[in-house]
Write a protein that binds this ligand. Structure first.
Ligand code: NAI
Ligand code: MG
Length: 338
């Protein structure tokens, strides 16, 4: 059975790492039939818009995309394409797994997932200046909102993810001691959802600042973390830093009808075109995508191949302290898959 999927190669190192992923997907006999579409700087130059209607149409049809990094055009007045996609398609859950794969780092057994609420909270962009005296910008005022329905939905997503992926514990991360209403609604709703999973999935609560400290001291204590937009943004980057950085960090943006899989990193203009980019973050996003469509078998095979290549194979790109090229990694993966 084949599955149509939108493929956006993206800018900078995007085409290089995407070609690595599609080559490996083909060797795996993955079910995806790719619909190639443009977005980002490349699309702006070719079609006059960074997010062409044909790309949106494809996404509406397939409900599934693998996306390379997009350079946000500076000074054109366009909003971030990533933010636009999230809001257009209601991609409410941002899923960021973090696992130690490369040995010899600071931690050997990190294996956690951050589930970040992706469309509410303090990123609602409700902010403006207030004048005092003759200074029109004397005070910066900002507000955010969290709805009960969305808090319920994101915490439920985290618990369902835990059940489906054999995880044992969900930690609700909040700041309800200070933001009694804005963060309190998340904690209150989170507790209600957690009660439905009693006896199946353990629940813990952490205040976000304490959580940040514990993450860098004892990340093994964490399994699934669920939290609101701003806290999730910060904690998921922090977590990526525990296991080798951006080149090893995949992510998924998931909504009711559409899911977009990507690497966490950007288009890396400093190394674009040199053939030295690490394709593994996008590769792991591809693995998440396989699991998402029910092909846990292929996802597992790909994960094992990745692990084999960076551990016993010792094939590592420069960002991981090695000298391998993108091609070397692709070839090593193809061999590991056989
Ligand atoms: P970046 O993630 O592109 O690069 C930061 C540093 O990490 C650079 O030194 C780069 O060489 C390195 N790096 C990133 N990915 C790598 C990989 N796969 N292998 C080896 N090294 C890697 O972040 P930066 O420079 O802040 O942003 C560049 C552009 O990317 C900007 O236009 C930004 O808006 C965009 N961006 C897009 C994202 C997306 O589409 N999801 C996410 C982040 C940034
Ligand atoms: Mg971020």
């Amino acid at each position: 059975q084949t599955i149509p999927a939108t493929l956006i190669s993206g800018d900078g190192i995007g085409p290089e790492i995407m070609s690595s992923v599609t080559t490996v997907m083909k060797a795996l006999d993955a079910p995806f039939v790719w619909e190639h579409h443009a977005a980002g700087m490349g699309a702006l130059e070719a079609e006059g818009t960074p997010l062409p209607e044909s790309t949106l149409d494809s996404l509406r049809r397939t409900g599934l995309a693998l996306k390379g990094p997009l350079t946000t055009p500076v000074g054109t007045g366009f909003r971030s394409i990533n933010v636009t996609l999230r809001q257009q398609f209601g991609l409410y859950a941002n899923l960021r797994p973090t696992k130690t794969i490369v040995p010899g780092g600071r931690f050997e057994n990190v294996d956690l997932v951050v589930v970040r609420e992706n469309i509410e909270g303090l990123y609602a962009a409700m902010e403006h200046y207030l004048p005092v005296g003759d200074d029109p910008e004397a005070v910066a005022y900002g507000a955010g909102f969290n709805t009960r329905a969305e808090c319920n939905r994101i915490v439920r997503f985290a618990f369902e993810y835990a059940v489906a992926n054999n995880r044992k514990k969900v930690t609700l991360v909040h700041k309800a001691n200070i933001l009694k209403i804005l963060s309190g609604i998340f904690l209150h709703e989170g507790r209600r959802v957690a009660a439905e999973y009693e006896g199946r999935i353990a629940v813990e609560e952490r205040i976000v600042d304490a959580c940040a400290m514990e993450l860098v001291i004892k990340p093994e204590n964490y399994d699934v973390i669920v939290t609101t937009n701003l806290f999730g943004d910060i904690l998921s980057d922090l977590a990526a830093g525990l296991v080798g950085g951006l080149g090893m960090a995949p992510g998924a943006n998931i909504g009711e009808k559409v899911a977009v899989f990507e690497a966490v990193h950007g288009s890396a203009p400093d190394i674009a075109g040199k053939g030295v980019a690490n394709p593994l973050a996008l590769m792991m996003a591809g693995s998440m995508m396989l699991a998402h469509v029910g092909r846990q078998d292929l996802s597992g095979r790909l994960d094992m191949a990745i692990e084999q290549v960076v551990t016993s194979g010792g094939i590592r790109t420069r960002d991981l302290g090695g000298t391998a090229t993108t091609q070397d990694v692709t070839q090593a993966l193809l061999q590991a898959i056989q």
